[in-house]
Design a protein around this ligand. Structure first.
Ligand code: FE2
Length: 269
């Protein structure tokens, strides 16, 4: 089975010359050209849950393959008149979303996924909890603080989401696991420090609440997005993959097809 993986498509980014339809066509060609059986998207498809959902639907129709995703922080950004809790519920009930719905592939393999959330543990320890919770640094504000309104604070949300993942890991326990999150779960994918901004903003990149899972469960692949890197490495028999397309201004070329090809990873099981 060939599983395609990608993250951080940001299809509705205003400052891009490409339309959502261009993203659909380019991704469809990549999926069909590589004979992919299943596509996993590790979050940040768009800034609106309706756009994200419509895109998944249209990509499934044009490729005729199964697609599973986890929402990224951007996918939770709230349009007027809807709460973050309602957006979360929308995703939880979405048939292609992995939250509380692990995908059992066969007797040997399963896919477990959740957005995960950042718990501030990757920030430099010189910052107080209060300072981190403000999201404000050097005149900038971490935009989730403006666009999302969770009923609990970030560290508690991280713990709650990790507990949900642990339940799913228990459900699929004897199988090899492909774990997919949006936020980073390994320190090697944080922005290297010291860094003028990311000493602070690494607070919002990842979580340590998944650390024990890698020892306690047979996770073979760990896929994540959010940090807009395109890296992978292996540690203790686990392959960690961060396949982020990212913003157009971060690309090496201006060619969407080339960038998707460069980002797209395939896991064969
Ligand atoms: Fe992103």
């Amino acid at each position: 089975m060939k599983i395609g993986i990608i993250a951080d498509l940001h299809i509705d980014r205003i400052r891009t010359e490409y339309t959502i339809e261009d993203f659909r066509q380019v991704l469809s060609r990549e999926i069909l050209g590589r004979n992919i059986d299943l596509l996993l998207i590790a979050g940040d498809i768009s800034n609106d849950y309706r756009t994200t959902s419509d895109f998944i639907q249209s990509l499934m129709e044009s490729t005729d393959i199964d697609i599973r995703f986890v929402p990224g922080n951007h996918d939770y950004w709230q349009p007027e008149g809807i709460s973050s809790t309602e957006v979360y519920r929308f995703y939880k009930e979405h048939p292609q979303c992995l939250i509380e719905s692990p995908l059992i592939l066969d007797d040997d393999w399963a896919i477990v996924g959740h957005s995960g959330w950042y718990d501030y543990s990757y920030a430099d320890p010189r910052f107080t909890l209060e300072k981190l919770a403000s999201g404000k640094f050097y005149g900038g504000t971490w935009q989730d603080k403006v666009r999302i309104d969770w009923p609990v604070d970030d560290p508690e949300l991280s713990r709650t989401f990790a507990e949900s993942v642990q339940k799913d890991l228990e459900t699929v326990k004897d199988r090899n696991v492909i774990l997919m999150t949006h936020v980073v779960t390994h320190h090697r994918f944080t922005v290297p420090t010291p860094h003028r901004l990311f000493d602070f903003y690494n607070a919002f990149i990842g979580t340590s609440d998944f650390d024990t899972f890698y020892k306690d469960y047979p996770i073979r692949y760990s896929i994540m997005g959010h940090v807009h890197f395109r890296h992978q490495f292996e540690e203790d028999g686990i392959r960690y993959i961060c396949p982020c397309l990212g913003y157009q201004r971060e690309w090496r070329t201006d060619d969407l097809t080339a960038e998707v090809r460069n980002t797209f990873r395939v896991v064969e099981i």
